[in-house]
Design a protein. Sequence first.
Length: 336
Amino acid sequence: QSEAQSFGRATKAALELVERALESGGHISGKTTGLSDLNEKIGGLHDSDLIILAGRPGMGKTALATNIAFNAAERLSRDLLDGIEREKSVGAPVAFFSLEMSADQLATRILAEQSRISSEKLRMGRISREDFNRLSFASQRLAELQLYIDDTPALSIAALRTRARRLKRRHDIGLIVIDYLQLLQGSGRSNDNRVNEISEISRGLKSLAKELSVPVIALSQLSRAVESREDKRPLLSDLRESGSIEQDADMVWFIFREEYYHDAIKPQTPDETSSADVVAKYNEWEQKHLDVVNKAAVIVAKQRHGSTGMVQLRFEAEFTKFSDLARGDRSDYGYD
């Protein structure tokens, strides 16, 4: 249990944060996400913060989480090679608790991201010799990273805390990712009330972030209410039936891909016998498709230490890879 500290000590820690931001070109005082615009919006991932990354199925929650985990671990590796002191690096050793996917499934995803070979091709073994060489190179790089995957299913919040403490002691991890919150179990004292249990879990994750002094990113499902609205962009109210997640979080991000919903309403593809109406309808759909394809948005719906807003990213579904979106490619979603 941490004891009260003097204001002088707290001020020194605050000054170190400012110094780190200054040294990174004024953009980031926390750990890097590896995504420039997201870093700029949030100032990086800050120690002791609980970040909730929520979205409906198919939006890319796990993909974004694995991208960030890889980016943070890879940045640490690069900085150490460049002679930058561990404490000055904006990278970090990462603990990834994967309650849904096995460690090898997760590794396959990260290999796909980094080798730019589709995970489907990897699973089926449908790759060329050149692909395999790229894969070998990517796997060598990955093997050197301080990225630790725990794929124990159905962990309780108490068991997760024990494992996280052990990883902190052994590897001094600087970032924890949990995929996903609703698969964790509470203490069993919530009298079968799921809302109370979720609240217990989110409070436990916030206290873990504070105890270990690391950012914790917890993925979260969203209610189906999103699907029943014409505007599918998630709102904080979509989290509210999930206990006290919103209150416990320092940041809430929603991952949203218009492309996912737009593809679902693709009209009939016209041919030479099609009526003008069918052609017009398809052309209208295609025009919108060009504007949303390979694009995603991270909606920062809550940020305790900064402003809310939206960050647009590039998303290549084939490789489950998120990256920075060129300024000229940005869409006017109307919610910057």
